[in-house]
Design a protein around this ligand. Structure first.
Ligand code: ZN
Length: 123
């Protein structure tokens, strides 16, 4: 599907009830919410999102969402004759996959740092 075809399809879709869509997204978010060790990030110049060590030692892990978006091809898998629900579901699947991968990357970096820098050897 070309960009023009996708734009034409988007224009042909019925208007979205934003209040209902927001309510549904919140319900889905809270239904799947899990506690996390990932701290609130700081936003640093250049577009990086910085996750500092929760123990305050000065270590940090940077994520660059703009660079990730530029480096990773954005592919939506939809049926040959997609409905608006198919397209919405495909966009949500892609966003969820990327969010999970980012969450795992950040969590892994923090856990590895914590084990290397803050674990005491009993030997
Ligand atoms: Zn640390």
């Amino acid at each position: 599907m070309t960009d023009e075809e996708l734009n034409a399809l988007t224009r042909s879709l019925p208007p979205v009830d934003l209040v209902q869509a927001r309510r549904r997204a919140e319900e889905e978010y809270f239904a799947t919410w899990e506690p996390s060790i990932v701290p609130m990030p700081d936003f640093v110049p250049g577009g990086a999102v910085r996750f500092s060590c929760p123990r305050g030692c000065g270590w940090f892990h940077d994520e660059n969402p703009g660079l990730d978006a530029a480096m990773q091809p954005y592919r939506l898998v939809v049926p040959l004759d997609p409905t608006s629900e198919d397209i919405t579901a495909a966009i949500n699947r892609e966003a969820s996959t990327r969010a999970r991968a980012q969450q795992e990357r950040i969590t892994t970096a923090i856990v590895e740092h914590d084990q290397q820098a803050h674990s005491r050897s009993l030997a």
